[in-house]
Design a protein around this ligand. Structure first.
Ligand SMILES: Nc1ncnc2c1ncn2[C@@H]1O[C@H](COP(=O)(O)OP(=O)(O)O)[C@@H](O)[C@H]1O
Ligand SMILES: [Mg+2]
Length: 201
């Protein structure tokens, strides 16, 4: 259905795991040899802006079902307007959070994973999905006051368990994020390079 020729990579993990730091470092490396697009979820589109500006740091939490629908709607728009056009131009797209965030966070809110996958049916799945793993206690220390309404220790533990489940089923590749920024960046780049070598064959 969806034709593309670029490569689509997503970086997943808890808030504070270092996704934005690492995605940007990865982009710097990749830019030396490839045409690359950095993007993130929630996206800059209409629904993504609503989620970021009005919801994530607000007072009230919607039901995880409604959250899943909002994130899916944002993702569908994001794929159509940003990700797919860049892939069609042959770019490497690196996305900071993607479908596995929906599965892990709303899954942690007891939403059925199959249903989350169903409402995300029309999206594009990443060619390579990486999970930056860190203990929730350590991550909350990193974050201090910059927490969204979705972050508390119990939730974080559930979210991590779901991410680890996707690692076991080989949907996500784990990179240990509990190291210095430079060490994590090196480990991450090794995984990406290995993938790119296999991809070009
Ligand atoms: N490997 C690391 N060690 C220590 N602190 C880090 C590391 N990676 C990121 N940080 C810091 O942790 C905070 C969250 O990092 P960030 O990249 O924004 O995470 P995320 O995008 O996953 O929420 C930032 O203050 C960042 O500087
Ligand atoms: Mg971030």
């Amino acid at each position: 259905m969806l034709k593309k020729k670029g490569i689509f990579i997503c970086i997943e993990g808890l808030d504070g795991a270092g996704k934005t730091t690492q995605t940007k470092l990865l982009i710097q490396q990749l830019k030396k040899s490839y045409d690359v697009l950095y993007t993130s979820e929630p996206s800059k589109g209409l629904i993504g802006s609503f989620i970021r500006e009005k919801y994530l740091y607000g007072e009230n939490r919607l039901s995880p079902f409604v959250e899943a629908l909002l994130f899916a709607a944002d993702r569908i728009e994001h794929v159509q307007t940003e990700i797919l056009p860049a892939l069609k131009e042959g770019k490497i797209v690196v996305c900071d959070r993607y479908i596995y965030s929906s599965l892990a966070y709303q899954g942690a809110g007891e939403v059925d994973l199959q249903w989350i996958q169903n409402i995300n049916k029309s999206i594009l799945y990443p060619d390579l999905a990486i999970y930056l793993d860190i203990d929730p206690v350590k991550v909350l220390q990193r974050l201090n006051s910059k927490r969204s309404i979705m972050e508390n220790l119990e939730t974080q533990k559930k979210v991590r368990n779901l991410y680890l489940r996707f690692v076991r089923s080989e949907k996500l590749i784990l990179v240990n994020a509990d190291k210095s920024k430079n060490k994590v960046a090196k480990d991450l780049f090794i995984v990406v390079q290995k993938f790119l070598k296999g991809f070009s064959r």
